[in-house]
Design a protein. Structure first.
Length: 676
């Protein structure tokens, strides 16, 4: 029901406008026509969005339910509502502020029947979607190893992100994609039968509704006098089409975003949406928010200089009225252990000077990098948390691998045996395990021994699989006396099929798991025996203190977007690791530019102090050493905003990168700076 009540503005319009800088104020007051607000990191974009909504309401330009404001997370939507309520009291509960998906769902609940949807449709979560695809694969009698559920679901989600129904797909590339298209069509039919949608369908059907029923679209053209979009650089094609359709009426759309922080291509986001804004919306105005309220001068100078190396950007220069602050400190370490030791020591120094652990963060490019730091932090009693993920030794693939190791060194470890006996799948089901438990109880033996006894008595797939499994274990045990532990584990994980299981999945999640397993092998190489390693892992688990609120945060740079810390440690800035080699190989120059945007995001998380570290050597999964080259991103930092640390971690004179490089022992390091 349309809002028709009386609102009370908490403060006069001029009061909250006076708190804005000139560019922010211009963005708030420009209410007619399409507007793109290029909001750099820490420039107050949320304040602009909420002040704009309050201004529109306080000036009587629109009632609250005539404004559509969308963002990408429930947390961001809640914060936006809360801030608007601080400026305007007595707001109605039916305001259209929320995530894009929640707003699309609201429209479909009311008008979805026009495109064949039950108004009481349910929403499938990720697990339900995978189960549905798995059922289709089973009905079609396909080989589950060749047509993996997660891979097929990945294809379906990418097609939906691009706004494509099954009948709109172009030519297929290979047999997997061809079959995925068939499964996609069947998947959509099953959803209809279930009267259900997945998240991708919310935008897919909403856009279909607007295309096929212009009278419905006209209702929303008349309803929404103003449209506001947060984080526009993160929109995918389906979201872009949805927003463009809604904005095609009054054209009063205000998109706030930062092309320099577009780092989610792998999720389907298209940075081209924000880059094309002026072409998509005729007569659009662009306002740049460049005054930063978060970081010190040297940090912003470095971030701006780095991102200027990107070609595909609209361009802006961050600045601050605050002091220049400390220069960015770049540290060369001999290897990753040296790097972790240095950073842990610096954290302890800052703590001794009065800084809280909670004001510091370690940001990694890849999640496997956390292992070395976790071990060092525990050794030196530095409390930490892995934000947005599990601690290294708590991750599924690591726990599986450790179960293999435990069973390798103790053939009576029933818990380890039951965890791995059917991982990967070996046709050994619950019924077989139940029989092994019965035999174990009757004969007074362990479950693994009972399983072998069972396999010796009967014939069939299960007994054959048990024999093959124990054969692999026996061969690995034979290596223990004369083979390094790391090589034994690497061989065991390969021969057991565990590595192949993740390789066949061919998803980004599986690639991350494989990287973690390589890092596990690196960790084992530091121990004389597998028993010592297992004991070490057990002791680490006992030292975790989850209730300590003052802890160092450790996370990927992707996970840090939107956060800020006094001190940030940016680690592993080496070629191939950061920028990531796979990203560049897969996406070329656009991949490199996204990696550079990621580096920009990492730098702009810091308020006062930044440490950037790189190693000369990285350990490979073959227990060897590989020479590492400093990231090109270090070379792109302005010399006046960078200070290099000597091997003791003490700031030296402000020498140039070339001078520092000439002192280093690695020829590859010298080559990296040769041209400077």
């Amino acid at each position: 029901m349309p809002f028709s009540g009386v609102l009370r503005v908490v403060s006069d319009d001029t009061d909250f406008l006076s708190e804005l800088n000139p560019q922010q104020r211009e963005a708030v007051l420009t209410v007619d026509g399409p507007l793109l607000v290029l909001a750099g990191a820490g420039t107050g974009k949320t304040r602009v969005l909420t002040s704009r909504i309050a201004h529109i309401i306080s000036q009587g330009l629109a009632f609250p339910d005539e404004i559509l404001a969308v963002t990408f997370t429930n947390k961001a939507a809640f914060e936006m509502k809360q801030r608007v309520c601080e400026l305007v009291q007595d707001l109605p509960g039916d305001m259209w502020i929320g995530t894009i998906h929640s707003m699309a769902m609201r429209i479909l609940r009311q008008y979805g029947g026009a495109v064949g949807l039950d108004p009481n449709f349910s929403i499938l979560d990720d697990d339900d979607q995978l189960r549905l695809v798995k059922g289709i694969v089973s009905v079609l009698e396909l080989d589950e190893k060749q047509y993996q559920t997660k891979v097929i679901m990945g294809h379906i989600r990418r097609w939906k992100d691009r706004g494509l129904f099954p009948w709109k797909l172009g030519l297929a590339m290979g047999p997997i994609e061809t079959m995925s298209r068939r499964i996609y069509k069947e998947y959509q039919e099953r959803l209809k039968t279930l009267r259900a949608l997945d998240f991708g369908d919310l935008l897919l059907y909403c856009t279909k509704l607007f295309d096929e029923h212009p009278e419905v679209l006209q209702i929303f053209h008349e309803k929404f006098k103003y449209i506001l979009v947060d984080e526009y650089q993160d929109t995918n094609t389906a979201q872009y089409l949805w927003l463009k359709a809604l904005a095609s009426g009054r054209k009063n759309i205000c998109c706030v975003g930062d092309d320099d922080q577009a780092i989610y291509t792998w999720r389907g986001a298209d940075v081209g949406n924000i880059l094309r804004f002026e072409q998509d919306f005729e007569g659009a105005k662009v306002i740049r928010l460049e005054q930063n309220y978060r970081s010190s001068g040297h940090i912003l100078t470095a971030a701006s200089a780095l991102i200027r190396n990107n070609v595909k950007r609209l361009g802006k220069e961050l600045w601050t009225s605050a002091r220049e602050g400390d220069q960015i400190r770049v540290k060369h370490a001999w290897n990753s252990e040296d790097e972790a030791r240095f950073i842990c020591n610096e954290i302890e120094k800052l703590r001794a000077e009065g800084a809280s652990f909670g004001s510091m963060a370690v940001l990694v490019r890849a999640i496997f990098q956390t292992r070395e730091f976790e071990e060092r932090f525990l050794r030196q009693n530095v409390p930490y948390q892995v934000v947005g993920g599990l601690r290294f030794y708590e991750r599924q693939e690591i726990r599986d691998a450790i179960a293999y190791i435990k069973f390798l060194i103790d053939n009576d470890d029933s818990l380890a045996f039951e965890r791995i006996i059917n991982v990967p799948k070996r046709s050994i089901g619950e019924a077989t395990l139940h029989k092994a438990h019965v035999i174990a109880q009757e004969e007074g033996v362990s479950v693994p021994v009972a399983a072998q006894m069972y396999a010796a008595k009967v014939r069939g797939k299960a007994s054959q699989a048990i024999n093959v499994f124990f054969s692999v274990i026996t061969e690995a045990r034979a290596l223990l006396d004369n083979t390094p532990p790391a090589i034994v584990v690497k061989t065991l994980l390969e021969d057991s099929g565990y590595i192949s299981m993740w390789k066949q999945e061919k998803t980004s999640e599986a690639l991350t798991r494989l990287e973690n397993l390589k890092e596990l092998v690196n960790a084992i190489a530091e121990f004389d025996s597998l028993r010592d390693f297992v004991d070490h892992v057990s002791l680490m688990a006992d030292r975790v203190d989850p209730d300590n609120p003052d802890i160092v945060s450790m996370m990927t740079i992707h996970g840090a977007k939107g956060l800020e810390f006094d001190t940030v440690f940016l680690v592993g800035w080496e070629e191939n690791l950061f920028p990531n080699q796979r990203t560049i190989v897969d996406n070329g120059m656009s991949g490199l530019e996204e990696e550079r945007r990621l580096a920009y995001v990492g730098i702009t998380r810091a308020k006062k102090l930044i440490f950037i570290s790189y190693c000369s050597h990285r350990k490979t999964n073959n227990s060897g050493w590989q020479m590492a080259v400093p990231s090109r991103f270090i070379r792109e930092l302005p010399r006046d905003s960078v200070i290099f640390l000597d091997k003791k971690g003490i700031p030296g004179p402000t020498e140039s990168m070339k001078d520092v490089a000439d002192e280093e022992t690695s020829e590859m390091v010298r080559a990296r700076y040769k041209s400077m």
